[in-house]
Design a protein around this ligand. Structure first.
Ligand code: 13P
Ligand code: SF4
Length: 349
């Protein structure tokens, strides 16, 4: 942290320089004060703050020790040696931190920070899939709760999903719970995918050719982007470079120029020089990327803020540190089984 970021005035100046186009001035003043107090308490309590790329701009640029995508933040959580980890992200991310580093007190600033993908599947759903497709390994997206990870052979994130699937060298894999991510990975790896209904009596024809078995979960943010959106933008700006998160539908990803994890998209913008960019992902990330790349033109197609990420504010993060709330608790037997699946993923990359 630079010296000037330790005072409210210094923090305000820093945030104003970065975010004056994005955040109203009176808000920046308020947030600068909160951020300085959080950083003071973080030091006092020997805490580490991790911030997902979807955090709102003032938080993103003021308090995290590390920002990143799910994979990067999992690695940071695993390596943390502070007493407390405050996860400015959603609950499944904080749970992953606890799975990897169980002796730390892991806090998530709001108990309401869920995820439509994590809520789309239960441990019993996974057990039922394993009964229907015996012996087929289960690859589980990190956007799931610990009980679901515990039923899995290996986890993956948007940053390594194809590598994880390929690493299994298996004729078939169960890939849960994101229907669109699964479809995108099937396309990337040249596999056929089927989506069983929830009715366990439903049978597929014996001679059906498939290598992946998916699940109908969706991200409520990324499912909203359409090919029509892309066509409309390209009509107005033929030279735009469009980046889509792999939680967007396969048709949207196919119509885009690049697809990757949140950090992969950030790096792509940083390392290339296109006339203009459009990010098909969560709104705040667009703001964060624009703030860090003032020389690049970022188009906005953004009415979609993740309501779960939006629960994490500077106010709640301060309360979280002050009261040491809301602590992640995971049953040790479940944690140990989930740990094997997450650890196996981290060993791959
Ligand atoms: P990343 O792992 O790419 O950061 O994605 C997490 C997420 O929840 C995207 O919606
Ligand atoms: Fe879940 Fe989608 Fe929000 Fe990411 S953006 S946390 S996948 S609901």
């Amino acid at each position: 942290m630079t010296a000037e970021k330790t005072t409210a005035e210094g923090m305000y100046e820093y945030l104003r320089e970065k975010l004056s186009d994005t955040v109203p001035d009176f808000e920046l003043r308020l947030k600068a004060g909160l951020a300085v107090e959080i950083n003071r308490l973080k030091k006092e309590k020997n805490a580490l703050i991790l911030g997902h790329n979807y955090m709102e701009p003032a938080l993103f640029y003021s308090i995290p020790d590390y920002v990143g995508d799910s994979l990067e933040l999992s690695r940071r959580a695993a390596a943390a040696d502070q007493d407390i980890i405050v996860f400015c992200g959603v609950k499944f991310m904080a749970e992953t931190a606890k799975i990897l580093n169980p002796t730390k007190k892991v806090l998530v600033p709001s108990p309401k920070a869920g995820c439509s993908l994590a809520e789309s599947i239960t441990a019993e759903d996974v057990r039922e899939l394993k009964r229907r497709f015996p012996g087929v390994p289960v690859v589980t997206y990190i956007n799931t709760y610990a009980e679901v990870k515990a039923e899995s052979d290996i986890c993956c994130t948007s940053g390594n999903a194809a590598a994880v699937v390929e690493s299994l060298n298996s004729d078939k894999v169960i890939f849960i719970p994101d229907e669109y991510l699964a479809g995108n990975i099937a396309r990337e790896t040249g596999k056929q995918i089927i989506f069983p209904t929830r009715d366990p009596r439903h049978q597929f024809p014996e001679d059906l050719d498939y290598q992946m078995i998916g699940w109908p979960g969706r991200c409520e943010v990324h499912e909203k982007f359409t090919v029509e959106d892309i066509e409309n933008v390209r009509k107005q700006f033929p030279d735009v470079v469009i980046l889509a998160h792999p939680e967007c539908s396969p048709a949207v990803v196919e119509a885009s120029d690049f697809s990757g994890s949140t950090t992969a998209m950030i790096r792509y913008v940083e390392k290339t020089r296109a006339p203009r960019y459009l990010l098909l992902t969560e709104c705040s990330m667009g703001d964060n990327v624009a703030a860090n790349n003032p020389d690049k033109e970022m188009l906005r197609l953004c009415s979609v803020r993740c309501p779960h990420m939006n629960e994490i504010t500077l106010e709640d993060t301060l309360l979280s540190l002050q009261k040491e709330q809301f602590e992640i608790q995971i049953d040790e037997e479940i944690r140990l089984r989930a740990y094997r699946a997450v650890e196996r993923m981290l060993a791959i990359g």
